[in-house]
Design a protein around this ligand. Structure first.
Ligand SMILES: [Zn+2]
Length: 66
């Protein structure tokens, strides 16, 4: 199930109030400013600072480039 587009337009990162990037296949919302993502549970984005999960992908890219 996809999130409502109107909802996506109004939700922002609870930390920096910046735009979030929706990744439907991973069910998460990414904040590039904070390098964290917020999980989506039962189509409800969990936009809580304490629920923010650090993004690890960057690290992995660096390793593969070596
Ligand atoms: Zn943020």
């Amino acid at each position: 199930m996809a999130l409502d587009e109107k909802l996506l337009e109004i939700i922002v990162c609870p930390k920096c109030k910046g735009d979030l990037i929706y990744e439907p296949e991973k069910e998460r919302l990414i904040c590039k400013n904070c390098s964290v993502y917020y999980p989506i549970k039962d189509d409800i984005p969990i936009l809580l600072i304490e629920e923010a999960i650090p993004i690890e992908e960057k690290k992995r890219y660096n390793y593969s480039n070596e």
